[in-house]
Ligand binder design. Structure first.
Ligand code: GLU
Ligand code: MG
Length: 447
């Protein structure tokens, strides 16, 4: 939504949208935001209230900034207690009837203070700010897309199928379910690029077309909500959690990114490695520089580090490589210039996607400002080389890196930075002494 739209303009847009929704048989609207633990929280209201919600927002407590994944609440210097109120303002440009939740529509929310000023802890506005910075400072825009992997289980939590990875067998067994996923996504104006069975038992993946950074974050949430809803309609459950078993392949949430100027992809046709333009190369160098700290945003749960292990294509090494699935940063040239992009494989779906994307843009901008080229690329499995650095192996180590990263701190702004750090530290403490099995059990139904 045009963030400069006045209350009156929002009201006009909402009135028209409510009339259309009513025509479509929608009774209520859910508006959600994602907390710093990566959990989507929601408020819902009847369609008749949409105009009021767009004008004035829907109330929500500020203490959600310091919620943990188990719904317990910590504190930060800026988020101390149960008092205060914020306004959730649904973004009407992303308002959509939910195909697998008949009678409901959904819109992501921006969070404002009661006086109408942006809430400094609003992650979605942070991502929008960083996308604007990219345009202002570097004169380019980014396209982003997040791959969604999930494991489909029965009500008791057992994977619904053990048919072969990537197998036609598995695809055939779940044919009706997958068709419902595909149709629900498409009915919501999402462009599905690919849908396939993945490696782990019961695991599937969907990818959708890239879009602007905030749009990509909105879309990945809508994709996950939709998969969850379709699964429920089939009497099944979807989990996007990073780890399902201590030793198995987990669910990633890989972030694909490309930079554009004047309709041209800065990842193709340039003088750098594999056609990177200088700005794209320095942007990626910035990502490698900040990667340990970025993990605190892109792989932010204890379970993230059970997934981020060698030989699982999760990208646990701090390096880049052409089509290298063990490298945190996988360069993809594609078959046309438009397809060239970089994939951050080390991230997962416990990330708040707005925080993840906003922080990646901040790190890339820092790389552009520094002008450092990419280090040598790594081909083959980094595990065999013995010389490639592993990314932080624990949430505590990632939080340490985040705490000592002034660039991310400055980009997030003190209130958001402090809240994120408080949540990371509190979750480390919450899980102290717990076994991997216990961490998984506490995570698997939360994401
Ligand atoms: N499931 C793997 C992960 O945890 C990724 C597999 C793939 O390369 O798509 O990231
Ligand atoms: Mg995959």
């Amino acid at each position: 939504m045009d963030t400069n739209a006045t209350r009156a303009e929002r009201a006009v847009q909402a009135r028209a949208a409510a009339a259309v929704l009513t025509e479509q048989g929608v009774d209520g609207v859910a508006t959600s935001w994602v907390d710093n633990a990566g959990i989507s929280r929601v408020k819902a209201f009847p369609v008749g209230q949409l105009e009021h919600a767009a004008e004035w927002g829907v109330g929500a407590a500020p203490c959600f900034d310091v919620f943990l994944l188990d719904d317990s609440i910590t504190s930060s210097p800026f988020s101390q207690g149960p008092d205060g109120d914020l306004r959730l303002v649904p973004d009407l440009d992303r308002l959509v009837p939910l195909a697998a939740q008949p009678g409901w529509a959904w819109a992501p929310a921006d969070r404002y203070a009661q006086d109408g000023t942006p809430h400094p802890g609003c992650q979605r506005q942070f991502a929008r700010r960083m996308a604007a910075e990219l345009e202002r400072r570097a004169g380019c825009t980014a396209l982003a897309g997040i791959e969604v992997e999930w494991v489909l289980t029965d009500a008791a939590g057992a994977p619904v199928t053990t048919a072969p990875a990537y197998g036609m067998h598995r695809f055939t067994e779940l044919s009706d379910y997958l068709r419902d996923v595909l149709n629900a996504l498409t009915a919501q104006q999402l462009t599905v690029l690919q849908l396939h069975p993945e490696y782990a038992p019961g695991q599937f993946e969907v990818s959708v077309a890239p879009e602007d950074p905030v749009g990509a974050a909105d879309t990945t949430l809508l994709v996950r909500h939709t998969i969850r809803a379709v699964s429920a309609r089939h009497g099944l459950r979807a989990t996007f959690a990073p780890a399902l078993t201590p030793d198995g392949v987990g669910n990633g949430g890989h972030l694909h990114l490309s930079l554009w100027r004047d309709g041209g992809n800065l990842g193709a046709g340039g003088p750098g490695p594999y056609g990177l333009h200088r700005e794209a190369e320095t942007f990626l160098a910035g990502l490698l520089d900040h990667l340990p700290a970025l993990l605190a945003l892109g792989a932010p749960s204890m379970a993230s580090y059970l997934r981020l292990q060698p030989s699982r294509w999760s990208g646990p090494y701090r390096c880049w490589g052409l089509e290298n699935r063990e490298a945190a940063l996988r360069l993809i040239t594609g078959s046309t210039a438009g397809q060239a992009n970089a994939e951050l494989k080390c991230f997962d779906a416990t990330a708040n996607p707005y925080l993840m994307i906003g922080a990646v843009l901040a790190a890339g901008l820092d790389g552009m400002a520094g002008g450092k080229p990419l280090p040598d690329e790594v081909n083959g499995d980094p595990a065999g080389l013995g010389t490639v650095e592993r990314l932080p192996g624990s949430l505590a180590a990632a939080a340490d890196a985040f705490e000592s990263d002034p660039v991310l701190r400055d980009a997030l702004g003190e209130p958001l930075y402090a809240a994120v750090l408080a949540v990371r530290r509190a979750e480390v403490e919450l899980f102290a002494g717990r076994t991997p099995e216990q961490v998984i059990a506490a995570t698997v139904d939360r994401y």
